[in-house]
Write a protein that binds this ligand. Structure first.
Ligand code: NAD
Length: 264
């Protein structure tokens, strides 16, 4: 089996990364940064998000596992004291794969520039360059509302515990192939009206955002920050691709939620 490792870059994560590499090479696994079967990310959820984007072109052939060297680890659910155990698991036991849905985002431009397509593991957010975001929102090809406010967040089920949660969105189990749209401080009065509740869309129900005034936007895809100019539309839907996590022991989603947010 071929493996790669990524690190947040701090001293502890780097030394653990080195330890993992040495152990796995001793077990005669092959180190391959280009085409790994398994990627071991050492740091935090941010490090795993980076690893996901680095290998997003070969998701069908790559499984991810994360060790967290900081506080909260939602994707990164192994702790440094378990490194030896994890390495033996990787080297000796066939692992189970758990697949989570992803968000596909397509940004189309007015000037005929090629459309840009992204995959998000957590979410995409859309904000105006300055002032309120004003966007017509279409769902499944039908007009739904005109959104006015700070911005919109479209998240995956596994990303529902991240930014979406801070916006009052629901936590969704990753077995639900869906995306969630949550509002950032919408303007609601007698003149302007939005739904005001987070919406959960199933697979094949596309959400299309169309600019009303401004055509330049700040768009985030997980940790990535992008500026898109002359935007015609932003399309969001459940992606065909999925992310694959290597599971060596059961760690049910709701237990993970409880241990991340309620009690350790
Ligand atoms: P960061 O280092 O500021 O991380 C933000 C926090 O989000 C970290 O504590 C991380 O553990 C946590 N996190 C990431 N994914 C998670 C998930 N799926 N479930 C629960 N917690 C999760 O920033 P970063 O490392 O660049 O990560 C980018 C992510 O930060 C974005 O995808 C977004 O979800 C999140 N974020 C959250 C808020 C907010 O909650 N108000 C604001 C901006 C960004």
């Amino acid at each position: 089996m071929k493996f790669a490792t990524t690190s947040r870059g701090d001293e502890l994560s780097n030394s653990l990364q080195e330890k993992i590499r040495t152990y796995l090479l001793e077990f005669e696994l092959e180190h391959d940064e280009e085409q790994p079967d398994i990627v071991i990310s050492v740091g935090g959820d941010g490090t795993l998000l980076h690893a996901f984007h680095k290998y997003q072109h070969r998701l069908e052939e790559t499984a991810f596992v994360g060790i967290h060297t900081g506080h909260l680890g939602f994707y990164a659910d192994w702790v440094p004291s378990e490194v030896e155990k994890l390495v033996i698991h990787i080297a000796k036991t066939p692992f189970r794969i758990v697949e989570y849905p992803l968000l596909e985002v397509t940004v189309r431009h007015f000037d005929g520039e090629k459309s840009a397509q992204y995959l998000a593991l957590n979410e995409c957010t859309v904000k105006s360059m300055e002032g309120s975001l004003v966007m017509d929102v279409e769902i499944k090809g039908e007009p739904f509302e005109t959104f006015r406010g700070d911005g919109l967040c479209i998240s995956t089920p596994s990303g529902s515990t991240a930014y979406n949660k801070a916006l009052g969105g629901a936590i969704l189990h990753p077995s639900l192939e869906s995306i969630q749209i949550s509002e950032m401080a919408s303007i609601n009065n007698r003149v302007f009206r939005t739904i005001g509740s987070p919406l959960v869309l199933p697979k094949h129900h596309t959400c299309l955002l169309k600019p009303v005034n401004d055509v330049d936007f700040k768009i985030t895809i997980d940790h990535l920050f992008l500026v898109h100019k002359k935007v015609k539309s932003i399309q969001c839907r459940v992606a065909e691709q999925k992310v694959r996590f290597a599971r060596f022991r059961p760690f049910p989603f709701w237990k993970r939620v409880r241990e991340s947010f309620i009690v350790e």
